[in-house]
Design a binder for this molecule. Structure first.
Ligand code: RTP
Length: 126
């Protein structure tokens, strides 16, 4: 079943259209920003890859992996630091809080699209 109600912290991670191909409510918090129309044009310009990540501290660890919003300020080794140049084409998104992680996962996935799974418990991982 869908894991949007899981007690475990979740982050919605998305490869944006430029990441796939070198009017969404999703960015409603930014609707008053001057760059909002171009942001919506960008996000709806092509297919995206959606992911739901789950685990302790996943919001912070996903954002660390993604790097700063402005790719020119993103550290080498981060996705944006290595693969992007402009803020308006920054390749990937990650939720900025656990609450937004739940909200965005519920927005982008339907009931039943996320499957519950358990890894094989191996002694060196538990
Ligand atoms: P995201 O939500 O996509 O992970 O990005 P973020 O938290 O790092 O940055 P946020 O401030 O929430 O902005 C969301 C996305 O809007 C675009 N943006 N363009 N042209 C500009 O000045 C500008 N500022 C932000 C970026 O695609 C940013 O990721």
């Amino acid at each position: 079943g869908i894991v949007a109600s899981s007690e475990v912290e979740q982050s919605y991670v998305m490869i944006k259209p430029d990441g796939v191909q070198r009017g969404l409510e999703h960015y409603k918090d930014l609707k008053d920003k001057p760059f909002f129309p171009t942001l919506i044009d960008y996000i709806t310009s092509g297919p995206v890859v959606c992911m739901a990540w789950e685990g302790d501290g996943v919001v912070a660890s996903a954002r660390k992996l993604i790097g700063s919003t402005n790719p020119l300020q993103a550290e080498p080794g981060t996705i944006r630091g290595d693969l992007a140049v402009q803020t308006g084409r920054n390749v990937v998104h990650g939720s900025d809080s656990p609450d937004n992680g739940k909200r965005e996962i519920a927005l982008w996935f339907k009931e039943g699209e996320l499957c519950q799974w358990e890894s094989v418990q191996t002694p060196w991982l538990v």
